[in-house]
Design a protein around this ligand. Sequence first.
Ligand SMILES: CC(C)(COP(=O)(O)OP(=O)(O)OC[C@H]1O[C@@H](n2cnc3c(N)ncnc32)[C@H](O)[C@@H]1OP(=O)(O)O)[C@@H](O)C(=O)NCCC(=O)NCCS
Length: 179
Amino acid sequence: MVRIRVRSEQPGDYPAIDNVVAQAFGRESEARLVAALRDSSGFSAELSLVALLEDQVIGHILFSSIIVRSQEGPASRALALAPLSVAPRWQRQGIGKQLVWAGLEACGQKGPVAVIVVGHPEYYPQFGFQPARSRGLEAPFPVRDAAFMAVMVESGNKSSTWPPALQGLVEYPAPFGIV
Ligand SMILES: CC(C)(COP(=O)(O)OP(=O)(O)OC[C@H]1O[C@@H](n2cnc3c(N)ncnc32)[C@H](O)[C@@H]1OP(=O)(O)O)[C@@H](O)C(=O)NCCC(=O)NCCS
């Protein structure tokens, strides 16, 4: 496994992140999503992490704030994991895995929080993600049950129990309309 260093993004990383995200997905949409989310209220630079190999950005992961709107009770804050990118020549060497673990740890620093992802159903369960619909969450767009996943995290990378009240429609901020 290639050992990387993970830290929060800094403004000087923007071009390299843009490049890694576009290369990983083979198109520009997700890089535009990252730029748009950076300008949105749900963004926190602490939760935009880069994977560094000898000071070169070779991967990136972003978590941004979203809302779970319950039918009864107040809305809750959650985090959306999107996008996750590893530069093609560095894929399948454990870099994505290290980024996800470091990211979930960062997410849980301020207390337990739900993290929601729409992604590969073969990849995310290793981090504790389970189908979000089984938790009572609904996506605002069509998505396969298995690809819409969620986990509760807290510091120490413990996945904690799901609060029964945390159910409802997941609201993504406008930039997600790009992808
Ligand atoms: C998905 C991605 C982030 C994983 O990062 P990584 O560093 O390559 O992954 P890891 O080395 O931690 O894990 C490798 C495992 O991930 C899974 N995996 C990797 N890419 C995958 C893909 N495109 N589809 C499904 N599973 C994939 C496989 O199980 C793989 O194990 P294997 O090599 O034994 O087959 C990376 O491949 C990538 O940037 N892909 C393009 C963009 C993308 O799809 N992002 C995720 C959107 S949810």
